[in-house]
Design a protein. Structure first.
Length: 223
């Protein structure tokens, strides 16, 4: 294949796309939760100290969910945008891009939902029910983390593996490559932040993760 110096997409496009999708996802998450108090402990029996702790950690965890949806959407949308620059933007092309993004995010959410259903079967006394936005965010984090772990490999072979022909041309272009790795890094950080906020920090502060909090076991210093 003849390699010309011409990038597939203008240099600013991948970064601008990532920025717009992240801003949209975070804004959506803010709007979804704006009308409600941070209710991680809705319906759970928590002492007031744990309730305060969970309100704080849940704010971080929700932020992680929102940026993960943005980064996953970017990874799915970028090849379509690149193809649009190569072959021209068409309505069917745009519709295919949007429906692919929706399908990937929905499939990830469905996997998260099923995992919770299985967990509820295995550990019926724990709390696995959460609001839909958290199921969507959790699905995006898990699938995104898998994508990210797959992408992190010296060289750009994995980008080509994931994106196919368009990926092959995208990696010739430093701005696109860079932004793909930035999205992958965001997904890894989101996974770590959510794990820390929902599981490690409550345990470290002598509280319980929300999934375990319904157990009503005595814990922490009574305050
Ligand atoms: Zn407590």
């Amino acid at each position: 294949m003849l390699v010309t110096g011409e990038p597939v997409v203008p240099g600013y496009v991948p970064f601008a796309l990532l920025l717009v999708l992240e801003a949209t996802a975070v804004l959506a998450w803010v709007l979804i939760f704006a009308r409600r108090r941070l209710g991680a402990s809705d319906g759970l029996l928590l002492c007031s100290r744990c309730t305060r702790l969970h309100e704080r950690t849940e704010a971080f965890a929700r932020g992680a969910d929102g940026v993960a949806v943005g980064a996953l959407t970017f990874l799915v949308a970028l090849p379509f945008v690149a193809a649009g620059y190569e072959r021209g933007f068409t309505f069917p092309g745009a519709a295919l891009a949007v429906s692919t993004v929706v399908a990937v995010v929905a499939a990830a959410a469905e996997a998260d939902f099923l995992a919770r259903a299985v967990a509820a079967r295995l550990w019926p006394r724990l709390t696995w029910n959460v609001e839909p936005a958290r199921v969507i965010g959790g699905g995006a984090r898990w699938l995104g983390a898998i994508f990210a772990l797959y992408l992190f490999e010296p060289g750009n072979a994995r980008i080509v593996g994931l994106f196919g022909g368009v990926g092959q041309r995208l990696v010739l272009d430093l701005a696109a490559t860079w932004t793909i790795f930035a999205a992958a890094a965001i997904l890894v950080i989101a996974a770590i932040v959510a794990l820390a906020a929902r599981w490690l920090v409550p345990l470290a502060f002598n509280s319980l993760p929300t999934a375990l909090a319904a157990g009503r076991e005595p814990h922490g210093s009574s305050a």
